[in-house]
Design a protein around this ligand. Structure first.
Ligand SMILES: NC(=O)c1ccc[n+]([C@@H]2O[C@H](COP(=O)([O-])OP(=O)(O)OC[C@H]3O[C@@H](n4cnc5c(N)ncnc54)[C@H](OP(=O)(O)O)[C@@H]3O)[C@@H](O)[C@H]2O)c1
Length: 336
């Protein structure tokens, strides 16, 4: 049943340093009417990821850049409740860039709009079969390509992308070490995901911890965080290594000069392949990758953990948790 208001969070301010709840404005508006060929979606679940902060800052080079007063953007999923399009009838479960809102008008041709296949849970559609899961697959299966016995290091390992990357490397028969920011996360990596070791970077001396767990050096480094952790990894890559450059969350809230890794000369000396993960350059492969991961989920060799927050009012908080490291696995917010 339709509610009579449409709750939304708008961008109230460009974030400066740490993202804050006051960077968002809560408003209540009327429910929009779908036009020709459009549908009205009632959003049920919102997915947040670290790159969203980048859409809120002034950046004319970012095509996803938002303005103050815009509805905060995010991938989300829900159900069609009004339809002017026979291809997407009422009751269809869909996902797209619906943002921080109860209701949104969309169109099947909108960027990232898709119908969620029958039998696929909404959280799996938003996580494992979308950006986070597919990026982990791209980075490990197509860039890192770990071989049995090789040393694979994953930073941000207990998060959405990292936890999948760790498991894919284990399946390839590698010696896998994850880096994360708490004892609880490190325990999960080793005891549940099968990592061979875990490093709590908040305990310091990351160099020594890497050396202890990977004495011969690193063959594959999957980087989610950049900064000092990237530099520590670069210090121990060995000849023929591969670097999957996924993200650099440690720098997203930095307002000072960008971190310059002092070990970057090792890239020229030792690295065979380094690639920035550009997921949408590989769209033709998504069906095959989704099928591969479905098989792994079905046979129990791949697990995915969702960190679900409840309540529309928690949407900004859910995004902020990524930068404070409160989430384990994929951060989603259920808003119904
Ligand atoms: N290339 C692409 O297409 C693509 C797609 C998706 C994501 N990404 C990138 O991949 C990375 C991971 O994204 P995700 O969605 O999987 O997020 P996530 O790992 O689920 O959540 C972010 C995690 O980053 C860690 N973190 C926060 N601040 C940190 C810091 N200063 N130093 C080290 N770790 C820090 C926190 O864990 P700890 O407790 O361990 O600190 C936090 O839980 C991000 O950099 C993101 O931008 C790229």
């Amino acid at each position: 049943m339709l509610k009579n208001i449409n709750r939304q969070f708008l961008i109230a301010a460009r974030p400066d340093g740490l993202l804050k709840e006051s960077d968002f404005d809560y408003v209540e508006t009327s429910i929009p009417e779908p036009g020709d060929g459009q549908v009205l979606v009632q959003v049920q679940m919102v997915a947040v990821e670290p790159a969203l902060r980048g859409t809120m800052v002034e950046d004319t080079n970012n095509p996803a850049n938002l303005q103050i007063g815009d509805v905060m953007g995010a991938l989300a999923a829900g159900e069609v409740v009004e339809s002017n399009n026979p291809d997407v009838p009422i009751g269809t479960r869909v996902q797209g860039l619906f943002g921080f809102a109860d209701y949104v008008v969309s169109h099947p041709k909108a960027f990232l709009f898709s119908v969620i296949p029958d039998g696929v849970p909404m959280e799996a559609a938003l996580y494992i079969f979308d950006t986070s899961g597919l990026t982990a697959y791209l980075g490990m299966a197509h860039v890192g390509k770990p071989q049995p016995g090789e040393n694979v290091l994953v930073s941000g390992a207990a998060g959405a992308v990292g936890s999948i990357a760790v498991q894919l490397a284990k399946q390839a028969g590698a010696n896998v070490v994850g880096i994360a920011g708490s004892a609880e996360k490190c325990d999960w990596l080793v005891n549940d995901l099968g990592a061979d070791g875990a490093i709590n970077y908040k305990l310091g001396d990351i160099d020594a911890q890497i050396t202890a767990l990977m004495p011969g050096g690193i063959d594959v480094y999957f980087d989610n965080v950049g900064g000092e952790i990237l530099n520590a990894a670069l210090g121990q890559i060995r000849l023929g290594s591969r670097l999957a450059m996924c993200g650099r969350i440690s720098e997203y809230e930095n307002t000072g000069p960008a971190y310059e890794p002092s070990n970057s000369a090792n890239i020229i000396k030792f690295c065979r392949h380094m690639e920035r993960l550009m997921l949408f350059d590989h769209q033709d492969k998504f069906p095959a990758w989704r099928e591969a991961m479905t098989t792994m989920i079905d046979d129990g060799s791949l697990q995915y953990r969702v960190d679900m927050l409840d309540g529309f009012e928690n949407l900004p908080r859910g995004l902020i948790r990524l930068y404070t490291g409160e989430n384990i696995g994929k951060q989603l917010i259920s808003i119904t």
